[in-house]
Write a protein that binds this ligand. Structure first.
Ligand SMILES: [Zn+2]
Length: 337
């Protein structure tokens, strides 16, 4: 069974010091302080330590051989989005990251599929970069769950989604810039509570804002099994029913009708939860994902899914078909059969 990991992150080993280059801002840069490790620095502040499997494509392929997963969908780490920067500077940074991805994909076409990052804060520049990324072999984009605290249904983002549909570029929505982050620093709550809420915020904004209604061919995948969306869909639907004056103001269609029209990945760490999402979404709309190489990801290569009593067909959908359909790519690109 072919396995594709639809959700992994990668960085270039060497990146410019953008804060120095642009003369402002806490851009991320890497300090390679010891062999096989680097510190991600945000301005002068330590953000996170990463290991070589975050930047070395050969090592990543090797590590994935142990799980029998030949293909990784790669995108940057959300903290790199830099939507807060001057648009042209964010474009410069995005181009650097996208060119790096394109290089890996052309060097290892059987192992990597790439999702770009684009300056969402400026639709015109974002679309220009989207068009360029399509030409250099990337098949979609990864965007944040909010753009500088603005929700994804804001009219100024609409042309970007429209261009994605037109250009046949897929979208991965990833939580970042978590709501309430400053008020819940302890216990890693921004990651444990904020991230699932962010993803739900993104799904609800796109549904209630009518994005899926206006762009029915737009192919969107939401990270971490849609965050808390499926766990709270009853409440969301009830809110839509009981207070349409608040909820149904831009789109009169029941939010539940959109289930199965977008994708979510499998990162639940919980077979019961995955089974529940599977019942709602169907196997064709759940893409196997891990969040490799980060510790909060599924670093067992989907072992809990393997162990679930699912049919071979359902597993095949999750491990590969759903991702192929989301990205609109053919299995033939990767296997000879
Ligand atoms: Zn991720």
């Amino acid at each position: 069974m072919l396995k594709i990991d639809s959700h992994t992150h990668i960085l270039p080993k060497k990146m410019p010091n953008w804060s120095e280059k642009f003369g402002y801002g806490d851009f991320i840069y890497l300090q390679h302080h010891k062999k096989g490790f680097a510190k991600m620095m945000r301005g002068n502040q330590f953000f996170r330590e990463i290991k070589e499997n975050c930047w070395n494509p050969e090592l990543r392929i090797e590590e994935y051989q142990a799980f029998n997963i030949p293909i990784q969908v790669v995108c940057t780490i959300p903290v790199m989005f830099s939507y807060w920067a001057q648009p042209l500077d964010c474009l410069d940074l995005s181009q650097f990251l996208n060119d790096h991805l394109a290089g890996i994909i052309s060097k290892y076409p059987k192992n990597y599929i790439g999702l770009a990052t684009i300056p969402m804060q400026d639709a015109e520049l974002a679309i220009k970069e989207l068009e360029r990324c399509k030409k250099i072999g990337l098949v979609g984009i990864q965007i944040g769950s909010n753009i500088n605290d603005e929700n994804l249904n804001e009219e100024r983002f609409y042309p970007i989604f429209e261009a994605c549909q037109q250009l046949d570029m897929a979208v991965l929505v990833h939580p970042w810039n978590m709501m309430g982050e400053k008020k819940m620093q302890r216990y890693w709550l921004p990651w444990l509570v904020g991230m699932p809420a962010e993803t739900t915020r993104a799904i609800c904004s796109m549904i209630f804002g009518g994005i899926f209604e206006r762009l029915p061919k737009l192919r969107v995948n939401f990270a971490h099994a849609g965050g808390s969306f499926f766990a709270t869909i009853g409440r969301i639907e009830h809110g839509f029913d009981c207070r349409p004056d608040l909820v149904a103001i831009d789109n009169p269609i029941n939010p539940r009708d959109y289930i199965g029209k977008f994708w979510v990945d499998s990162i639940t760490h919980d077979p019961l939860m995955l089974d529940y999402v599977l019942k709602l979404q169907g196997s064709k709309k759940i893409t196997f994902g891990t969040d490799y190489p980060f510790p909060l990801g599924d670093l067992t290569g989907g072992k809990f899914i393997e162990e679930m009593p699912l049919t071979k067909k359902i597993k095949e959908d999750i491990f590969c078909n759903a991702t192929l359909e989301w990205l609109n790519i053919s299995k033939k690109n990767f296997v000879l059969d």
